[in-house]
Design a protein around this ligand. Structure first.
Ligand SMILES: Cc1cc2nc3c(=O)[nH]c(=O)nc-3n(C[C@H](O)[C@H](O)[C@H](O)COP(=O)(O)O)c2cc1C
Ligand code: SF4
Length: 412
C-alpha cells in the first residue's frame, strides 16, 4: 500500500456532512447482521452492541438489514420496520445518540434471497423470473419477475420503511443495493435479464434502484441522510464490474444520493468477495439442513484462492471515485489507521468498517488517542457464524454475548 502524502489529505477525524446531517468524524460502522432481533423485534443486546460502538468513537453506526416488508425479509430474526418495532428502535437510537453518534438504518428487501418458511406469494420477487440461484441454498428454486405493480408496491415499502426509521429517530437510511438483495438483483447482469426499460446496460439496470432512491429522498431526504450501498465488483465471471459500478454511481449521483457506500461480492455467487477472504469451515458445518450444507460446500469449492489484504476493494473503488464527484465511502478491509488514511488520500470522503469494529468497538478512540494503530482482527470471518448463535454477532476471540439480553426486547 502507498503511504499517503500527508498535508493536503483530509483527516479521518475531521467532521463531515452527509446530505442534511453532520457527522463528528469520518468513521462509520458498516451494517453487519447482528442476529439481535428475535422474531423481528430489536433486543437489549442490539442496543448495547450499537451503544458500545457509538461510545467507541465512530461518527455513525449502521443497523444491519432492516426489512421494509414481511416478504422482504431474508430471515425471521431480522429487524422489521413496523409499528411493533418502533418503541424498541427508539430505545436503540436514543442509546446511540446518548454517546454522541448518529445512527443509520440499512433498509433492505431480500427479493429472491430469502430463507423465510412462508411467503404471501408462491415465488419470491426478483428482477427476472425462472430458476433462483439462491434457491440452491434456500430451497426456493423459482423466482418471479416483478411487474410494474410489484415495483410500485416495493417502492412504497421502501418509503414506508424510511419514514418509520425517521419516526424511530434514525439520522440516516442506507438503501441496500448490494450483495444480491432485491435492488442488487436489478443491478446485476447475473440476475437481470429484462428486455424492458429496466434491463440491458448498467444504466438501465439501475433504473428501478434509482426510482426507489428518488422516492426515499422525496419522503425523508430533507431530514435524513440517504445513502446507497452498491457493489464495485460482483467478484465473479459475468457479474457486474467496476465499470458497471461507475455507470450505476453516475445514475445515483444524478438522482441525488447523499453518499455511496462502496462494497462488493454477492451472497450466493461470491461470498468470499464480500470479505476479501474465504468463509470459515464452521460456516458450513453449522448449517443444519444437509442439502443446504452440501450446496454451501459446493459454493466454497468454487471460491478462488484468496488471501485477505487490507483495502481489498481499493482498485475497483478508485474507478468509481474517478467517475463521480459525489461523496463516496470506502469499505473493504480497512483495519489500520494507515489504511484509513490511504483511503482518504485516494479521495474517499469517509471509511466504513465492519469486522475491525466487531473485534474492538473502541478502535476509533484508540486510533485518535494513539493507543492503537491497527486492529487485531484476523479476518477469520468466524463472526459470520456467530450471527446465528443465541447471543448474536460477536468476535470469537472474546466470550460470546449474553443470550438473556438478546432475548429481551429493547424497550422492555
Ligand atoms: C458478521 C457480519 C455480518 C454482515 N452482515 C451484513 C449485512 O447485514 N448487510 C451488509 O450490507 N453487509 C453485511 N456484512 C458485510 C459488511 O458490511 C462489510 O461489507 C464486510 O464485512 C467488509 O467490510 P470489513 O472488511 O470492514 O469487515 C456483514 C459482515 C459480517 C462480518
Ligand atoms: S471473528 Fe473476530 S477476528 Fe475473526 S473476523 Fe470476526 S471480528 Fe475479526
Amino acid at each position: 500500500m502507498d503511504t499517503p502524502a500527508a498535508a493536503s489529505v483530509i483527516s479521518p477525524f475531521s467532521p463531515m456532512r452527509i446530505g442534511p446531517i453532520a457527522l463528528r468524524n469520518r468513521f462509520i460502522k458498516s451494517a453487519t447482521n447482528e442476529g439481535m432481533a428475535k422474531g423481528g423485534v430489536p433486543s437489549k443486546m442490539l442496543v448495547e452492541h450499537h451503544r458500545r460502538i457509538a461510545a467507541g468513537g465512530v461518527a455513525m453506526t449502521t443497523v444491519a438489514y432492516c426489512a421494509v416488508s414481511p416478504d422482504g425479509r431474508t430471515f425471521v430474526d431480522q429487524v422489521s420496520l413496523n409499528r411493533e418495532s418502533l418503541p424498541h428502535l427508539r430505545a436503540l437510537t436514543a442509546a446511540v445518540h446518548g454517546e454522541g453518534a448518529a445512527i443509520c438504518a440499512q433498509i433492505t428487501h431480500g427479493g429472491a434471497f430469502t430463507f423465510l418458511p412462508e411467503l404471501t406469494r408462491k415465488y419470491p420477487l426478483s428482477s427476472s423470473g425462472g430458476l433462483n440461484a439462491a434457491g440452491v441454498l434456500s430451497g426456493r428454486l423459482f423466482k418471479t419477475a416483478m411487474t410494474a405493480a410489484d415495483m410500485r408496491a416495493v417502492l412504497a415499502e421502501f418509503v414506508a420503511g424510511a419514514q418509520l426509521a425517521r419516526e424511530a429517530g434514525f439520522d440516516a437510511v442506507e438503501i441496500h443495493m448490494g450483495h444480491g438483495y432485491l435492488l442488487s438483483q436489478f443491478l446485476s447482469p447475473l440476475y437481470n435479464r429484462r428486455r424492458d426499460g429496466y434491463g440491458g446496460p448498467a444504466e438501465r439496470r439501475a433504473r428501478f434502484p434509482a426510482q426507489v432512491l428518488r422516492a426515499v429522498l422525496d419522503a425523508v431526504g430533507h431530514e435524513l441522510a440517504v445513502t446507497c450501498k452498491i457493489c464495485v465488483t460482483e467478484g465473479v465471471k459475468k457479474g457486474a464490474t467496476a465499470e458497471d459500478a461507475a455507470a450505476v454511481a453516475r445514475v445515483l449521483e444524478r438522482e441525488g444520493a447523499h453518499l455511496l457506500v462502496l462494497s462488493g461480492g454477492m451472497n450466493v455467487e461470491s461470498p468470499w468477495a464480500i470479505f476479501g477472504s474465504k468463509m470459515p469451515k464452521e460456516a458450513l458445518t453449522s448449517i443444519e439442513n444437509r442439502i443446504v450444507r452440501f450446496a454451501a460446500g459446493l459454493q466454497e469449492l468454487a471460491a478462488p484462492k484468496i488471501e485477505f489484504r487490507e483495502l481489498y476493494f481499493r482498485e475497483h473503488s478508485q474507478k468509481v471515485r474517478a467517475a463521480v464527484k459525489m461523496p463516496l465511502a470506502y469499505l473493504g478491509g480497512a483495519k489500520s489507521l494507515a489504511g484509513v488514511q490511504t483511503a482518504m488520500a485516494d479521495g474517499f470522503d469517509c471509511v466504513v468498517m465492519g469486522r475491525a469494529l466487531i473485534h474492538d468497538a473502541e478502535l476509533v478512540n484508540k486510533f485518535r488517542d494513539g493507543r492503537a494503530t491497527t486492529s487485531a482482527c484476523t479476518a477469520c470471518n468466524r463472526c459470520v457464524v456467530m450471527m446465528y448463535t443465541e447471543g448474536g454477532t460477536s468476535c470469537v476471540l472474546f466470550p460470546p454475548n449474553d443470550p438473556l439480553l438478546n432475548r429481551t426486547p429493547a424497550a422492555a
